[in-house]
Ligand binder design. Structure first.
Ligand SMILES: [Zn+2]
Length: 175
């Protein structure tokens, strides 16, 4: 049985699957505790699967699950190698940003995005824009190891998009 996740506001606490009020709990992604399903302990697995299907449908990956797929983990490791280029709205290129683990990988109209942060400021980054910046950096860089990092970031970014398009949780359950 599948229940589509919904806004958990003004709700009666009861299991969405067997309708018991006994021990029903909210099952939500870590980044949004007002979106999800409700399940009792017996229906917990159904609840978890339903939430994951809903996340695939709206195009979202919970940061807590990033490392469950090696291609996403690889992307994170490359980001952690550091000093990837971030273009600010002013057009200026900045460095020293890191992945923001509070922000999901998420699809919006402009495409897939992820979050980065620096000095407690968070910024949403479209992966396609990120790829463009890395490509630019790769071309202008004279340092070979930096060129390689950019190359790897570009190919890794494409993989993240590919998995996300397929459905991250669907891919996980099939592997
Ligand atoms: Zn139940």
């Amino acid at each position: 049985m599948n229940i589509e996740a919904y806004r958990l506001v003004f709700i009666q606490i009861k299991c969405d699957f067997c309708h018991t009020t006994n021990g029903a709990k909210l099952i939500t992604p870590s980044y949004d505790t007002l979106y999800g399903v409700q399940a009792c302990p017996d229906c917990y697995e159904c609840g978890k699967i339903s939430l994951q299907k809903s996340l695939d449908k709206i195009g979202a990956i919970d940061p807590l699950d990033f490392k469950k797929h090696e291609d996403i983990e690889n992307f994170i490791n490359l980001l952690n190698e550091g000093n990837f280029p971030i273009k600010r709205t002013s057009g200026e290129i900045e460095y020293d940003w890191t992945l923001d683990y509070n922000i999901p990988i998420r699809k919006y109209e402009k495409g897939w995005s992820f979050g980065v942060c620096k000095n407690q400021i968070s910024k949403l980054l479209y992966i396609n824009d990120f790829i463009d910046n890395c490509r630019y950096e790769e071309i202008k860089s004279v340092d070979e190891s930096r060129q390689n990092l950019m190359k790897n970031l570009i190919s890794s970014s494409h993989k993240v998009i590919e998995i996300s398009n397929k459905g991250f949780y669907k891919t996980l359950s099939e592997s």
